[in-house]
Design a protein around this ligand. Structure first.
Ligand SMILES: [Zn+2]
Length: 198
């Protein structure tokens, strides 16, 4: 395989990039000045070398704990639970929320063989036992798996004596947080509803 073919093959593996786009990108890189190609390659390598999940909340970060966990101005009485670390950036972009986060690294999905123990639920419970947290916002996606996970967490939170609320109002059913617009997310944060398991 030539170097060009190899690059095209690697680029085609990216989400949303078909073979045609991969070919176009590869030729673009080939024609661009050498500095661009080097900077692009370096950024990709650094991304994997330097960015790690925060040991507290799971947010992608270069410093551990992350900027949000170590920010003294954040409200430590409230944790927003999201499916993936990348959802944190989406919620942050609304500038509506000043509490902390917790990334589950997935959702409960028996079909895919994912159970509660495969997620960071244990670590979330540890954080609650510090006693500082009084409310948890469940911002899992409005899908069957997201709802199942939220319901499972509501029961656990009740046992811990922590108030649970659900971020769902205004979000399209089956839609991902990732694709919702900022205004919709901001509105659903303000209009979050209290939950109980009964
Ligand atoms: Zn963090």
């Amino acid at each position: 395989m030539t170097v060009l073919d190899s690059l095209i093959k690697q680029l085609s593996r990216l989400p949303g990039v078909g073979r045609k786009s991969a070919v176009r990108m590869a030729y673009h890189i080939l024609r661009a000045d050498e500095g661009y190609a080097a900077a692009l390659a370096e950024s990709i390598v650094h991304l994997r070398q330097r960015i790690r999940p925060c040991s507290v909340c799971g947010n992608y970060t270069e410093a551990d704990p992350c900027d949000i966990c170590s920010d003294p101005s954040r409200d430590r009485s409230i944790i927003c639970v999201v499916e993936q670390a990348q959802d944190i950036a989406v919620l942050e972009s609304t500038r509506e929320y000043r509490g902390l986060y917790h990334a589950l690294t997935g959702v409960i999905s028996p079909i895919d063989g994912v159970g509660p123990d495969d997620l960071t639920i244990g670590r979330l419970l540890e954080r609650l036992r510090g006693g500082e947290v009084t409310e948890v916002i469940l911002a899992t996606n409005p899908t069957v798996e997201g709802d199942t996970t939220a319901l499972y967490l509501v029961r656990l939170l009740e046992r811990e004596g922590v108030k649970a609320s659900r971020l769902a109002l205004g979000l399209p059913v089956g839609g991902d947080l990732e694709y919702a617009d900022r205004l919709t997310i901001a509105r659903s944060l303000r209009g979050r509803t209290a939950l109980s398991s009964d």
